[in-house]
Every structure is written in structure tokens, then in C-alpha cells.
Design a protein around this ligand. Structure first.
Ligand code: KMH
Ligand code: ZN
Length: 273
């Protein structure tokens, strides 16, 4: 088994401070949260940012401050969201990539997202992908539906790429692919043989999905973006609390937890920045 890569999706674009009082927002809060997650065992920080009043934003200067704060206080791989919120424009979503994070998320298709639509038509996907690659940013293909795997492959082949392919399966968003027991087995059977993948269970499915991913030599993403309650009525208190639980699951399954250096090696990020 490979060392387990743990990604923390620490902020998201949907949750409010009223719903999650410990949501990190300012650069100082993000730096402290990232350091706690790193100490707990995470190596990738999936980053959305907020305006000072807590509103989700794709503002480049806010991303810059957050990115610098996290990089100053940790050795984490910072992965910008290129998905933003469902209300963000294409121009807003692509703008922060100019800051050249090591990674960025890339959803390779459109999908229902609660009562909304998370719109990712092919020209947008191809444009975001080309922008990432021209800046040597590794995309994480974020897969909410099986068809997105085919589109990820299309954009990769169309560009004649040969970089390492890393995927994250997001299961359980209302309107998208549910966290069915056999979902990961099906999805991973359609991956290139040398790919790596992580899984994200939204809401109450998160721990079962993490367990299945760990047993199958996959990797795990969790955090406030994905999980609000540990159990009925018990609100998650910190991102690090979720990371600690993933580490417990890994230990039970006899998987070691990846260091930042091991993560960079597995994802082909060494020497890129
Ligand atoms: N907030 C969702 C609409 C991503 O970060 O790339 C999109 C999302 C995916 O969270
Ligand atoms: Zn996200």
C-alpha cells in the first residue's frame, strides 16, 4: 500500500460562519488551521477563500494573502479551487491561477449541485486545463459523475499531456453521484493504471467512504467543505479533528500517512516549484 495522502478541504464556498463558527477566513486563521492540519497528517490544502465578511470570493488579492500565509507557516501543497461557488463567473474562477499554486481543482463537467447547476462546459474545462498546464499547475480532476472521467481523459489527450493524473471522487453532493457502496469500485476501474485518486464523502457518508478508499489504496479528502456533523447533532469542531479521524482509520488499516515530500513524489510535483 502507498502512504496515504490526506487532503483537507478546509473552507468551501457554501458553509457560513453561522453554521460553522470555526470556519477559517482571515489569512491568520487559514495559516493556523493549515498548521494544525499539517500536524495532524494532511499534506494538501484545498483552498477556497472568503471576503472579510465571510462571503465566498475568487478575489486574486485575497487568494494571494491566503496562499502566502499558508506557505509561510506550513509545507503543505496548496490546491486552489477553480470551481469557486456556483454563482462565480468563468473569468473570476480562472483569475487566481495567475498566482501559480502547486495544484488546482478542475471539475470536468457540469452537474446538478443541490438546487443549482455547477456549470463546466467543455470549452471552460479546456481553457482552465490549458491555463493550469501553461503555469505548471497540476490539476486534480474533481469527478462528481462518471462522465467526467471521460472528459478528463479527453482534455488530457487533446493537449498531448503526459503528466501524472490525480483524481478526486466527490460522492454524495445532492443532485450528483451518491455515495453508493460500489461507486468507488466502479469509478476506479475506469482510471488509467498509473493514476492516483482520493475520495470525498459528503456529509454522513464521509467516514464510510474514507474507510473504503483507505482499504483500496486510494487517498482521502475531508474538511469543513465536505462534513458538518461528526454524528447526529455533533458539529465538527475543527478541520484537524477530521484529519485525526482519518489517521486513526489509516492506522487501523495499517496504512502509513504520507509526508509532504512523499505526496509531492507520488504526484510528480518534485522540482516544479
Ligand atoms: N463549490 C462548488 C460549486 C472545486 O472546488 O473545484 C465547487 C467546488 C469544486 O467546490
Ligand atoms: Zn472546493
Amino acid at each position: 500500500m502507498d502512504p496515504l495522502i490526506i487532503t483537507v478541504a478546509a473552507v468551501g464556498a457554501e458553509l457560513s460562519r453561522a453554521e460553522q463558527p470555526n470556519l477559517p477566513i482571515t489569512p491568520e486563521e487559514l495559516a493556523a488551521d493549515a498548521a494544525a492540519c499539517e500536524a495532524a497528517g494532511a499534506t494538501i490544502y484545498h483552498l477556497h477563500v472568503r471576503a472579510p465578511d465571510g462571503t465566498p470570493t475568487m478575489d486574486v488579492e485575497i487568494y494571494r494573502a491566503a496562499h502566502e500565509a499558508i506557505r509561510t507557516s506550513t509545507d503543505l501543497i496548496v490546491q486552489f479551487s477553480s470551481g469557486g461557488a456556483v454563482t462565480d463567473t468563468e473569468e473570476a474562477r480562472i483569475a487566481p491561477l495567475s498566482l501559480r499554486p502547486e495544484m488546482a481543482s478542475l471539475t470536468t463537467g457540469s452537474v446538478n449541485f443541490g438546487d443549482d447547476v455547477f456549470a463546466n462546459p467543455y470549452p471552460l474545462v479546456a481553457r482552465f486545463y490549458e491555463r493550469m498546464r501553461s503555469l505548471r499547475i497540476l490539476p486534480e480532476f474533481e469527478i462528481f459523475e462518471p462522465g467526467m472521467l471521460a472528459t478528463a481523459e479527453r482534455v488530457y489527450q487533446d493537449a498531448g499531456s503526459d503528466h501524472h493524473r490525480h483524481y478526486d471522487f466527490v460522492l454524495g453532493v445532492p443532485g450528483a453521484m451518491p455515495a453508493w457502496d460500489d461507486a468507488l469500485e466502479y469509478l476506479t476501474s475506469h482510471l488509467p493504471s498509473d493514476a492516483t485518486w482520493s475520495a470525498t464523502g459528503i456529509g454522513r457518508a464521509w467516514e464510510d467512504i474514507a474507510r473504503v478508499a483507505i482499504a483500496a489504496n486510494g487517498h482521502v479528502r475531508t474538511g469543513f467543505e465536505d462534513v458538518r456533523w461528526l454524528a447526529r447533532g455533533v458539529v465538527v469542531t475543527s478541520n484537524a479533528q477530521l484529519i485525526e479521524r482519518v489517521v486513526e482509520l489509516a492506522t487501523e488499516a495499517r496504512r502509513t500517512v504520507a509526508t509532504p515530500a512523499e505526496t509531492r513524489s507520488m504526484l510528480g510535483l518534485e522540482g516544479v516549484r
